[in-house]
Design a protein around this ligand. Structure first.
Ligand SMILES: O=C1O[C@H](CS(=O)(=O)O)[C@@H](O)[C@H](O)[C@H]1O
Length: 304
């Protein structure tokens, strides 16, 4: 199959259109359900895929991303630090304070690696290049990279030898050598670069900027193109193998779920969109779902 073959896929809402900025979809293999966050509403949500039943937990500061913890519960990377959320009792307990000035930045996209370390990037509120990437292990944060605006797209190749990471504002996705045993990363190299929106360019002509991503068992990188109304599947060499056109302008991140990990769940945003766009795109703010041929990698668990 070639690029731009969305007509072959049935893309539909997995749940209600409630999110202002949905992010960090996370499939729980144990519970067979989807967790995600709504950043500005300060919520963690849990979507039951069969009934579309939704529940949520209210937080005190914005969550950027979440991870399942080995032994139970969720880790929530919030503006002011990393928190443990007990999803049975609702109890929240801080694990570590934010390792940056949380009046100017907040945590954004992140995931645990296959050894259970949590890699979490930040976003600069003023969209200045002061954001970075942190690694949380053994109770401590370590700065692993800096000097970007919007850290996003963290994922690993199936053999764990490559790590992917992006700067949404720069429209760039990077690939880095990754040492699973030590958690060390190499120099970043360009994996994929997308065109910036030019002055006066119609939104319909703009392809979007790389946001959250997920890797499938063939090592391909599925990336949500924020404001581009599409999801791309990139080969391990960074070439576009497939484009799925979406019914919403702002997809934020895909993840694989379902019993066979062949359902792609995609969070979306509705915040800041025009009334005209929202009227034309009633699924903005939904989690979308679409069945695909190639399974994804199951999420890694965070080790505390
Ligand atoms: O806050 C966020 O916003 C960005 C969108 S933007 O490029 O700053 O417009 C999105 O990529 C990011 O994931 C989200 O958390």
């Amino acid at each position: 199959m070639n690029a731009s073959d969305s007509t072959l896929y049935q893309i539909e809402a997995a749940g209600p259109a409630v999110a202002a900025l949905g992010e960090s979809p996370l499939w729980s293999v144990a519970e067979q359900c989807l967790y995600y966050v709504d950043i500005p509403k300060r919520q963690v949500l849990r979507l039951e895929p069969v009934t579309a039943e939704l529940r949520h937990w209210q937080l005190d500061s914005e969550p950027g991303c979440i991870a399942l913890i080995e032994g139970g519960g969720l880790a929530v990377a919030q503006r002011d630090g990393l928190w443990h959320l007990n999803t049975e009792t609702g109890a929240q307990r801080q694990l570590a304070a934010a390792p940056f000035d949380s009046t100017k930045q907040r945590f954004n996209d992140g995931k645990p690696d296959a050894q259970g370390r949590f890699w979490i990037g930040t976003i600069d509120d003023a969209r200045a290049p002061h954001a970075g990437l942190y690694r949380y292990a053994s109770g401590c944060f370590e700065s692993m990279a800096e000097g970007i605006v919007t850290s996003n797209g963290v994922a690993w190749s199936p053999d764990q030898r490559k790590m992917y990471w992006s700067d949404t504002k720069a429209h760039e996705v990077y690939v880095l050598d990754f040492d699973l045993a030590t958690g060390a990363i190499g120099e970043r190299a360009m994996f994929a670069k997308f065109a910036q929106r030019t002055a006066g360019e119609a939104l319909d002509q703009y392809g979007g900027r790389p946001d959250g991503a997920a890797v499938d068992v063939e090592g391909c990188y599925w990336v949500a193109m924020f404001e581009g109304q599409r999801l791309l599947r990139l080969s391990p060499q960074g070439q576009v193998l497939r484009e799925l056109r979406l019914p919403v302008r702002c997809p934020t991140m895909p993840t694989f779920g379902g019993v066979d990990l062949r359902t792609l769940y995609i969070t979306t945003a509705s915040e800041g969109r025009s009334a005209e766009e929202l009227a034309a795109q009633p699924l903005a703010g939904c989690v979308l779902k679409v069945r695909v041929e190639v399974a994804g990698l199951a999420p890694n668990l965070l080790k505390l």
